[in-house]
Design a protein around this ligand. Structure first.
Ligand code: XMP
Length: 517
């Protein structure tokens, strides 16, 4: 295994991700928790020092445990990790902008050129200078004994340094980020020279996660709000594997789900996967309170508030529940909170995590908080969730309410469900589902005139939406062929009573949003 000592960088988890991609098992531990006893027990084959926001020139700033350099394994220091390595081994670091020492701070793209051959750099510089991402205030001014320079950039004479004999490597930039396009190669070289064979897999992650969950939960009870989305589903199945029927899932059905969705989700989890699932059918409550409401924010707030009330009501009936399971992913963590007890800085609080656990006096279980979406899908696959389920498009918490602009009525919801089912069926039949990030129908709050057979119709219009996106933050409309659009419109109008006009939404995000409300 490999130990990552976390000095508080916002991107430490990206290092872990790069290592998982190389099938290397690693553990991240905040520097405060790392002692030499712990290191000896863990027996890592290599150590990485992450970056961090502090300045090594500041007294009391984070340090690795004393003795780590005598432990005899390869060490890679990144950014702050480089500086701390130099400082500890007898070099000198000077402060830049952040610590008040002047203009040596450097943020953004830089190009590194080689200054000597090094095993860590195998495969680098084959096509000239390498682009890297710098993000540091301080810099190394004097190398520690035994170290040499192996790469420089215009503003960083010590961009890549190493003591090749002891296998200590220290770089000033961040090889783990996307903007260091060939950074993965450095990690590959590092783990190879440390002797890793790359035999660790998602199956290994599953085993390790199950063990950790058992340790955390013991013989206590856990509850989980199961939405049928990929994240909460994978979290629930993983926790169920760890603690079986100590887990109870509450599926809050607000009556704003897609056609047959509630029944399918409940049946899959209950009958196929043997989880305990409470189907909280609260359609009447939600639609009652939404009656007559047309303002988007009001609708969202009503749904959010009722969701919490309902979940609490059902959760209170589960005796002795001490834990709340959540499918929080790493991108949520990085956007929301610092690692509990970890050294990174809080960026903003996340709306999903909310105040629910504290309000209910529950402790959180978040077994996916180290993973990215594609890794969660791989884990879901590993856990035996059906492929079509894992590949499902995202579906928003407020459900069809935000695809029904204006007032929500049962009639509109029923029409919308039918139209959406035909649309998705068309997309699947044409083999386009996996190319599209998200596709759905919205029912418009207008009726328009049409003619069918010899008669006049006066029915609702619907809008089709389909977007490509990487993360939902930006999106573009999907370029369906005219044939596809024509065929789909014909099918919807013929098969769904209540719709006599179909439009295609070609707005990108920004300026539009993906959902209509
Ligand atoms: P927008 O409409 O903001 O949507 O472009 C971006 C992505 O987020 C989803 N979405 C939500 N998901 N709760 C959720 O869980 C919400 O309140 C919510 N609102 C939007 C939306 O479906 C899209 O994937």
């Amino acid at each position: 295994r490999l130990l990552i000592i976390d000095f508080g960088s916002q991107v430490t988890q990206l290092i872990a991700r790069r290592l998982r991609e190389l099938n290397v098992y690693c553990e991240i531990h905040p520097y405060q928790n790392v002692t030499m006893d712990m290191v000896r027990e863990m027996a890592p084959r290599a150590v990485i020092f992450s970056g961090g926001p502090d300045s090594v020139t500041r007294e009391g700033s984070p340090r690795p445990p004393e003795g780590i350099f005598d432990y005899g394994v390869p060490i890679l220091g990144i950014c702050y990790g480089q500086q701390v390595m130099m400082q500890e081994l007898g070099g000198r670091v000077v402060g830049g902008k952040i610590s008040g020492g002047g203009g040596t701070a450097e943020f953004g793209r830089a190009f590194v050129t080689p200054a000597g051959g090094l095993d860590l750099l195998d495969g680098w510089f084959e096509h000239g200078p390498e682009q890297v991402w710098m993000s540091h205030g301080d810099h190394v001014a004097e190398l520690a004994p035994g170290f040499e320079v192996f790469g420089t950039s215009p503003h960083a004479p010590y961009a890549i340094t190493a003591d090749p004999e002891r296998h200590f490597y220290a770089v000033q930039f961040h090889p783990e980020v996307h903007h260091t396009p060939r950074g993965a190669k450095l990690y590959e070289n590092f783990v190879r020279l440390a002797g890793f064979t790359g035999d660790w897999t998602m199956a290994g992650y599953r085993e390790q996660a199950v063990e950790q969950i058992r340790e955390q939960i013991g013989d206590k009870r856990v509850i989980c709000a199961l939405s049928g989305g990929v994240d909460s589903s994978v979290a629930a199945v993983l926790i169920h594997e760890a603690v079986g029927d100590q887990l109870t899932c509450v599926f809050v059905d607000h009556g704003l789900l897609r056609k047959d969705e509630a029944e399918e989700v409940v049946a899959m989890f209950r009958d196929n996967l043997n989880l305990q699932v409470i189907h909280a059918d609260e359609t009447e409550l939600f639609l009652g309170e939404l009656d007559g409401q047309s303002d988007p924010e009001t609708k969202r707030k009503i749904i959010g508030r009722l969701f919490i009330d309902v979940f609490q009501k059902y959760a209170n009936e589960i005796e002795g529940a001490e834990f709340l399971a959540q499918g929080t992913l790493y991108p949520d963590v990085i956007e929301s909170v610092s690692f509990s007890g970890g050294p990174s800085v809080t960026i903003k609080s996340h709306h999903n995590v909310g105040g629910l656990p504290e309000k209910m006096g529950l402790k959180l279980v978040e077994p996916l908080r180290e993973l990215f979406k594609d890794e969660v899908r791989a884990l879901g696959h590993e856990l035996g969730l059906p492929a079509h389920f894992i590949a499902r498009h995202p579906f928003p918490g407020p459900g069809l309410a935000i695809r029904c602009p204006g007032e929500i009525t049962r009639e509109k919801l029923d029409i919308l469900r039918e139209a959406d089912a035909v649309y998705i069926d068309q997309i699947r039949k044409h083999g386009l589902y996996d190319e599209i990030w998200q596709a759905f129908c919205a029912i418009l709050p207008v009726r328009t005139v049409g003619v069918m057979g010899d008669g006049r119709t006066y029915d609702f219009a619907c809008a089709l939406r389909a977007v490509t996106s990487v993360d939902g933050m930006t999106a573009d409309y999907y370029p369906f062929t005219h044939e596809f659009l024509g065929e789909t419109a014909t099918r919807i109008i013929n098969e769904v009573s209540g719709i006599n006009r179909v439009t295609y939404d070609i707005t990108s995000k920004p300026p539009g949003t993906i959902e209509w409300e």
